[in-house]
Ligand binder design. Structure first.
Ligand code: ZN
Ligand code: FE
Ligand code: FE
Ligand code: ZN
Length: 267
């Protein structure tokens, strides 16, 4: 069974359920390995500008880490990894690096959720799509994920084509952007994440698309897997489709992590 490395907790302010419930659900579904990867505090904003509905605060964060570590001790039947989802904000790499190096993470997922401060995956800000040129949005988004890879602070690039979330797509598909990203991931030695959350939003498709994933495979980019569960019942959601997509793209292994060392697991 492939691991679910992208799981949130109620600490981030927009997910439901206790950590224990996520673990229980993973056990029920037959997982051998999962990882929590809740949102890091919004380190690039002044404290008063941070939204408690988007991420935990500085004071909650050490508690998140210690709860995952103690849950690991009390759940010997399931291997529980300590991960974190960290926003990539150009210019703030050293701040992000400081937080990351302060804790014994097994892996760090880098995400792009903002284009010049616009939270393009936030349903409340969807109106901005019609005020901008879509080709430009895509170009900026892909520049940012290449930057995230090259920053060297992440092990995994999350939901690599998140910009399709609301179904705004380029036609034909931006294959050159995919190829550029795949090469940047390969050059930086990061994994890309196969994330099933795309199936639960208007995009209606796993992140990344098969075409993008194939190019990553071609460049030799390793893949990791995650549901992006924000509710316990979503642990491992649609993982059979994720496995199918990986195989269709030519993958026969996925990445697993321990203390930021990557190993490969046959699928
Ligand atoms: Zn979230
Ligand atoms: Fe994310
Ligand atoms: Fe997430
Ligand atoms: Zn996410």
């Amino acid at each position: 069974m492939i691991p679910d490395y992208h799981i949130h907790t109620s600490l981030c302010g927009h997910a439901g359920g206790d950590m224990e419930q996520y673990v229980e659900e993973a056990g029920k579904k037959g997982f051998k390995e999962i990882g929590f990867s809740d949102h890091v505090p919004m380190y690039w904003l002044a404290a008063e500008c941070r939204d408690p509905g988007l991420a935990m605060d500085d004071l909650e964060f050490p508690g998140y880490v210690s709860r995952v570590l103690s849950l690991r001790e009390s759940s010997p039947e399931l291997s529980i990894r300590l991960g974190v989802e960290v926003d990539y904000i150009p210019g703030w790499e050293s701040e992000a690096g400081k937080i990351i190096s302060a804790y014994p993470f097994d892996y760090v997922i880098g995400s792009v959720h903002y284009i010049d401060g616009w939270g393009f995956d936030n349903p409340a800000l969807i109106g901005e799509y019609s005020r901008r040129q879509l080709g430009e949005i895509y170009r900026q988004y892909f520049d940012l994920i290449c930057g995230a890879a090259k920053s060297g602070i992440f092990d995994v690039i999350a939901h690599p084509d998140l910009v399709k979330k609301f179904g705004y797509r380029l036609s034909p598909a931006p294959v050159e952007l995919y190829r550029r990203a795949a090469r940047a991931f390969a050059g930086a030695g990061v994994c890309l994440e196969v994330n099933t959350a795309g199936l639960r939003v208007p995009a209606g498709e796993i992140y990344p698309s098969l075409e993008f994933l194939r190019l990553c495979r071609l460049e030799g980019v390793p893949a990791s897997t995650g549901s992006d569960a924000h509710a316990p019942e979503l642990v491992g959601a649609n993982f059979s489709e994720a496995l199918e997509l990986l195989k269709e793209a030519g993958y026969d292994e996925v990445a697993v992590f321990s203390r930021r060392q990557r190993m490969m697991m046959k699928i």
